[in-house]
Design a protein around this ligand. Structure first.
Ligand code: TXA
Ligand code: MG
Length: 312
Protein backbone atom coordinates (compact mmCIF):
# COMPACT_ATOMS: atom_id res chain seq x y z
CA UNK A 1 0.00 0.00 0.00
CA UNK A 2 1.18 3.50 -0.89
CA UNK A 3 1.03 5.86 2.13
CA UNK A 4 0.18 9.46 1.22
CA UNK A 5 1.79 12.14 3.40
CA UNK A 6 0.02 15.50 3.58
CA UNK A 7 -0.25 18.58 5.75
CA UNK A 8 -3.87 19.16 4.69
CA UNK A 9 -6.46 18.09 7.31
CA UNK A 10 -9.13 18.15 4.58
CA UNK A 11 -7.22 15.84 2.26
CA UNK A 12 -6.54 13.45 5.16
CA UNK A 13 -10.25 13.47 6.10
CA UNK A 14 -11.14 12.34 2.56
CA UNK A 15 -9.44 9.01 3.31
CA UNK A 16 -11.59 8.58 6.45
CA UNK A 17 -14.75 9.24 4.42
CA UNK A 18 -13.74 6.54 1.91
CA UNK A 19 -13.13 3.88 4.57
CA UNK A 20 -9.37 4.38 4.85
CA UNK A 21 -7.06 4.72 7.88
CA UNK A 22 -5.13 7.90 8.71
CA UNK A 23 -2.43 8.78 11.24
CA UNK A 24 -2.98 12.26 12.70
CA UNK A 25 -1.25 14.52 15.24
CA UNK A 26 -2.68 15.38 18.66
CA UNK A 27 -1.27 17.23 21.67
CA UNK A 28 -0.56 13.90 23.42
CA UNK A 29 0.77 11.49 20.76
CA UNK A 30 -0.11 10.69 17.13
CA UNK A 31 -3.24 8.54 16.62
CA UNK A 32 -4.21 6.06 13.86
CA UNK A 33 -7.86 6.71 13.00
CA UNK A 34 -10.86 5.23 11.18
CA UNK A 35 -14.56 6.14 10.94
CA UNK A 36 -15.97 4.69 14.17
CA UNK A 37 -19.17 3.58 12.41
CA UNK A 38 -17.26 1.55 9.77
CA UNK A 39 -16.26 -1.87 11.22
CA UNK A 40 -14.21 -2.80 8.12
CA UNK A 41 -12.12 0.38 8.45
CA UNK A 42 -11.58 -0.29 12.17
CA UNK A 43 -10.41 -3.82 11.37
CA UNK A 44 -7.69 -2.23 9.19
CA UNK A 45 -6.45 -0.21 12.20
CA UNK A 46 -6.01 -3.38 14.31
CA UNK A 47 -4.25 -5.11 11.41
CA UNK A 48 -1.91 -2.22 10.50
CA UNK A 49 -0.53 -1.86 14.04
CA UNK A 50 -0.80 -5.58 14.91
CA UNK A 51 -2.97 -4.69 17.90
CA UNK A 52 -4.56 -7.49 19.94
CA UNK A 53 -8.33 -7.56 19.24
CA UNK A 54 -9.15 -7.38 22.97
CA UNK A 55 -7.76 -3.84 23.34
CA UNK A 56 -10.45 -1.14 22.82
CA UNK A 57 -9.98 2.08 20.83
CA UNK A 58 -10.70 5.66 21.95
CA UNK A 59 -13.37 7.63 20.06
CA UNK A 60 -12.08 11.08 19.07
CA UNK A 61 -14.70 13.80 18.66
CA UNK A 62 -14.52 17.33 17.25
CA UNK A 63 -17.57 18.57 19.09
CA UNK A 64 -19.32 17.70 22.39
CA UNK A 65 -22.57 17.04 20.46
CA UNK A 66 -20.98 13.85 19.05
CA UNK A 67 -20.69 12.36 22.56
CA UNK A 68 -24.46 11.81 22.51
CA UNK A 69 -24.11 9.38 19.57
CA UNK A 70 -21.42 7.34 21.33
CA UNK A 71 -22.47 7.13 24.97
CA UNK A 72 -25.68 5.56 26.29
CA UNK A 73 -25.62 7.92 29.24
CA UNK A 74 -23.43 10.86 30.30
CA UNK A 75 -22.94 10.55 34.06
CA UNK A 76 -22.59 13.56 36.38
CA UNK A 77 -18.87 13.03 36.88
CA UNK A 78 -18.30 12.72 33.11
CA UNK A 79 -20.20 15.94 32.53
CA UNK A 80 -18.01 17.75 35.06
CA UNK A 81 -14.79 16.41 33.54
CA UNK A 82 -15.97 17.27 30.03
CA UNK A 83 -16.77 20.85 31.10
CA UNK A 84 -13.41 21.20 32.82
CA UNK A 85 -11.00 19.43 30.45
CA UNK A 86 -12.46 19.10 26.92
CA UNK A 87 -10.85 19.78 24.54
CA UNK A 88 -7.66 18.36 26.05
CA UNK A 89 -5.66 15.30 27.10
CA UNK A 90 -8.44 13.45 28.98
CA UNK A 91 -10.41 10.34 27.93
CA UNK A 92 -13.71 9.61 29.71
CA UNK A 93 -15.03 6.03 29.70
CA UNK A 94 -18.84 5.71 29.54
CA UNK A 95 -21.43 3.02 28.73
CA UNK A 96 -21.44 2.80 24.96
CA UNK A 97 -24.47 3.35 22.75
CA UNK A 98 -25.65 0.52 20.49
CA UNK A 99 -24.44 2.56 17.47
CA UNK A 100 -20.79 1.89 18.35
CA UNK A 101 -19.59 -1.31 16.61
CA UNK A 102 -18.32 -4.04 18.94
CA UNK A 103 -14.95 -4.15 17.20
CA UNK A 104 -14.20 -0.54 18.27
CA UNK A 105 -14.79 -1.25 21.95
CA UNK A 106 -13.20 -4.71 21.71
CA UNK A 107 -16.43 -6.30 22.90
CA UNK A 108 -16.73 -4.14 26.03
CA UNK A 109 -19.99 -2.38 26.88
CA UNK A 110 -18.08 0.88 27.41
CA UNK A 111 -16.35 3.41 25.15
CA UNK A 112 -13.52 5.87 25.85
CA UNK A 113 -14.16 9.35 24.45
CA UNK A 114 -11.72 12.22 23.99
CA UNK A 115 -11.67 15.60 22.26
CA UNK A 116 -8.12 16.65 21.30
CA UNK A 117 -7.27 20.35 21.54
CA UNK A 118 -4.47 20.49 18.95
CA UNK A 119 -5.65 22.68 16.07
CA UNK A 120 -4.67 20.30 13.23
CA UNK A 121 -6.43 17.40 14.97
CA UNK A 122 -9.58 19.46 15.38
CA UNK A 123 -9.57 20.49 11.71
CA UNK A 124 -9.11 16.87 10.65
CA UNK A 125 -11.82 15.53 12.96
CA UNK A 126 -14.40 18.10 11.96
CA UNK A 127 -13.64 17.59 8.24
CA UNK A 128 -14.11 13.82 8.75
CA UNK A 129 -17.69 14.49 9.89
CA UNK A 130 -17.79 11.42 12.17
CA UNK A 131 -16.12 10.41 15.44
CA UNK A 132 -12.77 8.78 14.68
CA UNK A 133 -11.74 5.61 16.55
CA UNK A 134 -8.00 5.71 17.15
CA UNK A 135 -5.25 4.05 19.18
CA UNK A 136 -1.73 5.51 19.19
CA UNK A 137 -0.09 5.28 15.73
CA UNK A 138 2.75 2.88 16.61
CA UNK A 139 3.24 -0.82 15.99
CA UNK A 140 1.85 -2.59 19.06
CA UNK A 141 4.40 -2.66 21.89
CA UNK A 142 6.58 0.17 20.48
CA UNK A 143 6.79 3.62 22.08
CA UNK A 144 3.92 5.90 21.02
CA UNK A 145 4.92 8.25 18.18
CA UNK A 146 5.26 11.95 18.94
CA UNK A 147 6.36 13.02 15.43
CA UNK A 148 5.04 12.16 11.97
CA UNK A 149 8.46 10.73 11.11
CA UNK A 150 8.12 8.23 13.99
CA UNK A 151 4.72 7.21 12.59
CA UNK A 152 6.31 6.64 9.16
CA UNK A 153 9.07 4.55 10.78
CA UNK A 154 6.46 2.07 12.09
CA UNK A 155 3.59 2.31 9.60
CA UNK A 156 4.78 3.54 6.18
CA UNK A 157 3.24 1.24 3.56
CA UNK A 158 0.68 -0.13 6.06
CA UNK A 159 -1.77 2.81 6.23
CA UNK A 160 -3.49 5.12 3.70
CA UNK A 161 -2.30 8.51 4.92
CA UNK A 162 -0.15 10.40 7.42
CA UNK A 163 -1.36 13.89 8.34
CA UNK A 164 1.77 15.88 9.19
CA UNK A 165 1.76 18.19 12.20
CA UNK A 166 4.17 19.47 14.82
CA UNK A 167 5.84 17.24 17.40
CA UNK A 168 3.20 16.41 20.04
CA UNK A 169 3.27 19.14 22.68
CA UNK A 170 2.76 16.85 25.71
CA UNK A 171 4.35 13.63 24.46
CA UNK A 172 2.54 11.22 26.84
CA UNK A 173 -0.91 9.72 26.22
CA UNK A 174 -4.17 11.05 27.67
CA UNK A 175 -5.40 10.24 31.16
CA UNK A 176 -8.15 7.57 30.94
CA UNK A 177 -10.85 7.88 33.62
CA UNK A 178 -13.74 5.45 34.07
CA UNK A 179 -16.87 7.53 34.73
CA UNK A 180 -19.44 4.72 34.59
CA UNK A 181 -19.92 4.54 38.37
CA UNK A 182 -20.30 7.18 41.10
CA UNK A 183 -16.61 7.02 41.95
CA UNK A 184 -14.48 7.90 38.91
CA UNK A 185 -11.39 5.69 38.58
CA UNK A 186 -8.21 6.52 36.68
CA UNK A 187 -7.41 3.51 34.46
CA UNK A 188 -4.31 5.03 32.87
CA UNK A 189 -2.37 7.99 34.24
CA UNK A 190 -1.62 10.79 31.80
CA UNK A 191 -1.00 14.49 31.61
CA UNK A 192 -4.16 15.43 33.52
CA UNK A 193 -3.15 14.49 37.06
CA UNK A 194 -5.11 12.83 39.86
CA UNK A 195 -4.86 16.15 41.74
CA UNK A 196 -6.47 18.02 38.82
CA UNK A 197 -9.31 15.48 38.52
CA UNK A 198 -9.92 15.58 42.29
CA UNK A 199 -10.27 19.35 42.14
CA UNK A 200 -13.32 18.74 39.90
CA UNK A 201 -14.70 15.45 41.35
CA UNK A 202 -13.32 14.92 44.83
CA UNK A 203 -14.08 11.16 44.98
CA UNK A 204 -11.81 10.31 42.00
CA UNK A 205 -9.45 7.40 42.71
CA UNK A 206 -6.37 5.98 41.08
CA UNK A 207 -7.01 2.41 39.92
CA UNK A 208 -5.95 -0.35 42.28
CA UNK A 209 -3.52 -1.81 39.79
CA UNK A 210 -3.30 -5.17 41.45
CA UNK A 211 -7.00 -5.77 41.94
CA UNK A 212 -8.95 -4.95 38.84
CA UNK A 213 -6.96 -3.23 36.15
CA UNK A 214 -6.91 -6.37 34.04
CA UNK A 215 -10.65 -6.46 33.63
CA UNK A 216 -11.24 -2.72 33.58
CA UNK A 217 -8.55 -1.56 31.19
CA UNK A 218 -7.49 -4.34 28.85
CA UNK A 219 -4.66 -2.30 27.34
CA UNK A 220 -2.79 -2.14 30.63
CA UNK A 221 -1.93 -5.84 30.56
CA UNK A 222 -0.28 -5.67 27.15
CA UNK A 223 3.40 -4.76 26.89
CA UNK A 224 3.87 -1.05 26.26
CA UNK A 225 6.23 1.73 25.40
CA UNK A 226 9.34 -0.35 25.05
CA UNK A 227 12.42 0.43 23.01
CA UNK A 228 14.65 -2.50 21.97
CA UNK A 229 17.23 -1.32 24.50
CA UNK A 230 16.98 -2.35 28.13
CA UNK A 231 15.49 0.44 30.27
CA UNK A 232 16.81 0.96 33.80
CA UNK A 233 15.14 3.44 36.16
CA UNK A 234 17.66 5.05 38.53
CA UNK A 235 17.81 7.61 41.31
CA UNK A 236 19.83 10.73 40.57
CA UNK A 237 23.49 9.84 40.20
CA UNK A 238 23.11 6.03 40.35
CA UNK A 239 24.48 5.21 36.93
CA UNK A 240 27.29 2.92 35.84
CA UNK A 241 29.63 3.29 32.93
CA UNK A 242 28.75 0.77 30.25
CA UNK A 243 29.34 0.51 26.55
CA UNK A 244 26.61 1.81 24.28
CA UNK A 245 24.46 3.26 27.04
CA UNK A 246 22.25 6.35 27.09
CA UNK A 247 20.90 8.62 29.81
CA UNK A 248 17.84 10.85 30.20
CA UNK A 249 16.86 12.74 33.33
CA UNK A 250 16.59 16.07 35.12
CA UNK A 251 20.09 16.09 36.64
CA UNK A 252 23.34 15.79 34.70
CA UNK A 253 24.92 12.32 35.21
CA UNK A 254 28.37 12.23 36.78
CA UNK A 255 29.82 10.28 33.83
CA UNK A 256 29.70 10.87 30.09
CA UNK A 257 27.23 8.93 27.97
CA UNK A 258 27.35 8.10 24.30
CA UNK A 259 23.90 9.64 24.12
CA UNK A 260 22.67 11.79 26.99
CA UNK A 261 19.87 14.26 27.49
CA UNK A 262 19.29 16.51 30.49
CA UNK A 263 15.76 17.96 30.54
CA UNK A 264 14.91 21.41 31.90
CA UNK A 265 11.85 20.19 33.82
CA UNK A 266 9.47 17.25 34.15
CA UNK A 267 7.26 18.54 31.31
CA UNK A 268 10.19 18.51 28.92
CA UNK A 269 11.14 15.02 30.17
CA UNK A 270 7.63 13.73 29.38
CA UNK A 271 7.63 15.53 26.03
CA UNK A 272 10.97 13.98 25.01
CA UNK A 273 10.86 10.44 26.42
CA UNK A 274 9.29 8.39 23.62
CA UNK A 275 11.31 10.12 20.89
CA UNK A 276 14.45 9.59 23.00
CA UNK A 277 13.66 5.85 23.17
CA UNK A 278 13.24 5.72 19.40
CA UNK A 279 16.47 7.66 18.81
CA UNK A 280 18.32 5.19 21.06
CA UNK A 281 17.00 2.33 18.93
CA UNK A 282 18.13 4.07 15.73
CA UNK A 283 21.63 4.36 17.24
CA UNK A 284 21.71 0.74 18.39
CA UNK A 285 21.99 1.70 22.10
CA UNK A 286 21.72 -1.31 24.43
CA UNK A 287 20.96 0.25 27.81
CA UNK A 288 18.99 3.36 28.69
CA UNK A 289 19.30 4.87 32.18
CA UNK A 290 16.22 6.96 33.04
CA UNK A 291 16.29 9.12 36.14
CA UNK A 292 13.21 8.69 38.36
CA UNK A 293 11.08 11.75 39.22
CA UNK A 294 8.62 12.72 41.96
CA UNK A 295 5.18 11.19 41.35
CA UNK A 296 3.10 14.34 41.36
CA UNK A 297 1.41 16.03 38.40
CA UNK A 298 2.65 14.64 35.10
CA UNK A 299 5.50 12.96 37.05
CA UNK A 300 3.07 10.15 37.97
CA UNK A 301 2.37 9.38 34.30
CA UNK A 302 6.06 9.65 33.43
CA UNK A 303 6.99 7.14 36.18
CA UNK A 304 4.21 4.80 34.98
CA UNK A 305 5.68 4.80 31.44
CA UNK A 306 9.23 4.34 32.75
CA UNK A 307 8.22 1.34 34.89
CA UNK A 308 6.38 -0.29 32.01
CA UNK A 309 9.34 0.23 29.68
CA UNK A 310 11.67 -1.20 32.33
CA UNK A 311 9.46 -4.27 32.85
CA UNK A 312 9.24 -5.10 29.13
O1 TXA B 1 -3.61 10.32 24.14
C1 TXA B 1 -4.18 9.30 23.79
O2 TXA B 1 -5.02 8.71 24.50
C2 TXA B 1 -3.84 8.73 22.41
C3 TXA B 1 -4.28 9.73 21.35
C4 TXA B 1 -4.10 9.20 19.95
O3 TXA B 1 -5.61 10.11 21.58
N1 TXA B 1 -4.46 7.45 22.22
C5 TXA B 1 -4.03 6.32 22.84
O4 TXA B 1 -4.75 5.19 22.49
O5 TXA B 1 -3.10 6.30 23.60
P1 TXA B 1 -4.27 3.71 22.86
O6 TXA B 1 -5.27 2.85 22.20
O7 TXA B 1 -2.87 3.52 22.48
O8 TXA B 1 -4.47 3.61 24.40
C6 TXA B 1 -5.77 3.63 24.95
C7 TXA B 1 -5.80 3.01 26.31
C8 TXA B 1 -5.56 1.52 26.27
O9 TXA B 1 -4.81 1.16 27.41
C9 TXA B 1 -6.98 0.95 26.31
O10 TXA B 1 -7.02 -0.34 26.85
C10 TXA B 1 -7.69 1.97 27.19
O11 TXA B 1 -7.10 3.20 26.85
N2 TXA B 1 -9.12 2.00 26.88
C11 TXA B 1 -9.70 2.42 25.74
N3 TXA B 1 -11.04 2.25 25.78
C12 TXA B 1 -11.33 1.72 26.98
C13 TXA B 1 -12.52 1.30 27.64
N4 TXA B 1 -13.70 1.38 27.05
N5 TXA B 1 -12.43 0.80 28.89
C14 TXA B 1 -11.22 0.71 29.49
N6 TXA B 1 -10.05 1.07 28.93
C15 TXA B 1 -10.09 1.58 27.69
MG1 MG C 1 -1.01 2.86 22.47
Amino acid sequence: MQTVTTDSPKKAAEFIKRGGIVAFPTETVYGLGANIFDPAAIAKVFKAKRRPADNPLIAHVSDVQQIGELAAEITDSARKFIDAFFPGPLTVVLQRSSKVPLIASAGLDTIGIRMPRYETARGFLSASGVPVAAPSANLSGRPSPTTWQAVAEDLDGRIDCILQGDASEIGIESTVVDCTSDVPVILRSGSISLEQLRAVVEETRAVDLYVNHVTRSPGMRHPHYSPHARVIVVKSGHVEQTASAAYIGLNPPHIRFEHGYVCRNVEEYAHSLFEFFRECDRRGIEKIYCESVAETGIGAALMDRLRRAAAA
